[in-house]
Design a protein. Structure first.
Length: 105
């Protein structure tokens, strides 16, 4: 995802869908060292900042809790132009007929 302008971020929060739940999401932030007025994704340097795990939604710990909100906090604000979300495998759920990890809107 390319941000409209280079921005300082200090945390990223993800809210899972109630049924289409990935097992985990890896997050990387990226920036370009030159030509910040016209950033090029292919020239961006990405740094992994963390991985968020989600519960199944059908497990005893998560039943009735609906969506899950997870947060990655940075030690301080980081200036970035790009944020990459890598969604990893879906949790099995009878209501998720097509094994989706998210829902398009």
């Amino acid at each position: 995802m390319q941000l409209r302008n280079r921005a300082a971020i200090d945390r990223i929060q993800l809210l899972s869908h109630g049924k289409f739940i990935p097992k985990s999401v890896s997050i990387e932030v990226g920036d370009v060292s030159a030509d910040r007025d016209n950033p090029d994704l292919n020239k961006a340097i990405f740094i992994p900042v963390g991985e968020i795990s989600f519960l199944n939604g059908q497990d005893k710990e998560s039943i009735g809790k609906g969506r899950q909100l997870q947060t990655i906090e940075f030690g301080g604000a980081q200036k970035v132009t790009f944020v990459k979300f890598i969604l990893r495998q879906n949790h099995f759920n009878r209501q998720n007929e097509y094994n989706q990890v998210s829902k398009n809107r």
